[in-house]
Ligand binder design. Structure first.
Ligand SMILES: *Cc1c(COP(=O)(O)O)cnc(C)c1O
Length: 433
């Protein structure tokens, strides 16, 4: 499969280049040249298949031309070492729980897949060690660090702003050891990002070591998220509830919903989609007006969705031939401010006993307000409520139980390297490795 850039000015890339580079030379996002339709027979019997079997069929359509069948099967099965179940919340509203992975959020699926695919490509070369640099304000660092943990041939450096990441988040990437090094930068998130960018541009450093990023815009991170939408459809079909399915995705950078839309293009019979936003309503406004106007993000309770210029908008725009009409025919929007998020979490808990996290709450509410007669809705619970325990406890007046794998992180020993925000110091550190 060939990959082109959404900006249209970069050379066509093969999968390996798209995965190793992440972003195209013209700063556009890579798109597969073709999206293969899956045969009708696949959907006719999908409910008889397991999550892993379904995922392998989807993976084969995306990556089968470029990765040997047995290797791809192993990558898929290793990635999906946990389930993404669909759970009934009430009446016609179900939740797709994406928090059963190692760091209790959906980014685990993409990060684990990318780690394994990158390893596959490295092994074709001369086994040179590849170094992944990632700047994080919290969630991305933990998903990437855990996704790559113990993957041979790759070392990960997670840069995070000292004192600006919650203890729970910090424990998820500073306690791992092995091939993960946490770097605690005396600065803010933007300083971490600037250090990573400078490193990629420094010639001497790039001669010394092979560097790559594990951005969420990487095709190997966003496409595999389609796996769980196909599985959700299968499980809803098993229940006899899949005839008029509405998929609702709490969205920030729009990578997650974008993978669902790719699934739809492959023939997945979802009737329509809802992108649920917090107060960062750039996409919502685009749907209303046809104008895409990025702006600075505002802080909300659903902070993993605090994005003012969603990167994957470029992919969605390209996927539908830049047509506002086609986009708004298949996707509708919703936007909720913090008071509405709180109210929704309280109301859902009182009515159904289900504990929503602030991101999932946007999805639940959008279905509650937006479902039409005969439709059944599934919203993504993108993270476990215990990841935001203090916030959630405060809102619902309850005591969210911390799952054992999260508690285990918090008991771990913190290991980190202190760093100034001066590039020369960071470079010196890497050069000495
Ligand atoms: C990253 C994230 C989102 C937003 O996903 P996008 O793919 O960026 O739209 C939503 N919820 C949680 C918990 C996240 O970590």
């Amino acid at each position: 499969m060939k990959y082109y850039s959404t900006n249209g000015k970069a050379p066509i890339a093969d999968l390996k280049k798209a995965v190793v580079k992440g972003l195209a030379e013209d700063r556009g996002l890579y798109m597969p040249e073709r999206i293969k339709k899956l045969p009708k027979e696949f959907f006719d019997t999908i409910e008889t298949k397991s999550f892993q079997e379904i995922a392998y069929t989807v993976a084969d359509a995306f990556f089968g031309e470029d990765v040997e069948a047995e290797a791809l099967r192993k990558i898929v099965y290793d990635t999906l070492s946990f389930d993404c179940p669909v759970v009934k919340v009430k009446d016609n509203i179900y939740t797709l729980e994406l928090f059963h992975g190692p760091t209790l959020a959906f980014k685990d699926v993409g990060a684990r897949f990318m780690a394994r695919l990158l390893q596959y490509f490295i092994r074709q070369d001369n086994h040179e060690l590849v170094n992944v640099l990632v700047a994080t304000s919290g969630d991305t660092g933990s998903a990437v660090a855990n996704g790559f943990l113990g993957v041979e041939g790759i070392h990960v450096y997670v840069l995070y702003p000292k004192g600006k990441v919650s203890k729970i988040q910090e424990s998820q990437f500073t306690t791992l050891g092995k091939n993960i090094t946490a770097i605690e930068v005396d600065g803010v998130f933007d300083d971490c990002q600037a250090l990573v960018k400078s490193a990629f541009m420094d010639e001497e450093l790039n001669k010394h070591m092979k560097l790559t990023s594990a951005n969420s815009i990487n095709v190997a991170r966003f496409l595999p998220q389609a796996f769980y939408y196909f599985n959700a459809y299968a499980r809803m079909k098993e229940l006899g509830k899949a005839d008029e399915l509405v998929m609702c995705v709490p969205s920030g950078n729009f990578g997650n919903i974008c993978s669902a839309l790719f699934g739809h293009e492959m023939g997945l019979p979802i009737k329509r989609f809802i992108a649920a936003n917090n107060a960062n309503d750039i996409f919502y406004k685009y749907l209303q007006t046809g104008k895409y106007e990025p702006k600075a993000s505002v802080q909300t309770l659903a902070n993993a969705m605090d994005v003012g210029d969603p990167s994957n908008f470029a992919r969605i725009y390209d996927l539908y031939g830049k047509s506002h009409e086609r986009i708004s025919n298949i996707i509708s929007g919703a936007t909720y401010h913090d008071e509405q998020i709180k109210e929704t979490m309280r109301q859902c808990y009182a009515e159904t006993n289900y504990i929503l996290d602030p991101h999932g709450a946007c999805g639940y509410r959008a279905l509650q307000e937006g479902l039409k007669d005969g439709e059944v809705g599934v919203f993504c619970e993108t993270a476990h409520p215990a990841k935001f325990k203090e916030t959630v406890d405060g809102i619902i007046g309850g005591d969210v139980v911390i799952p054992e794998r999260l508690a285990a992180f918090m008991r771990g020993q913190k290991q980190s390297v202190e760093m100034t925000r001066e590039f020369e110091d960071f470079k010196h550190f890497l050069m000495s490795r």
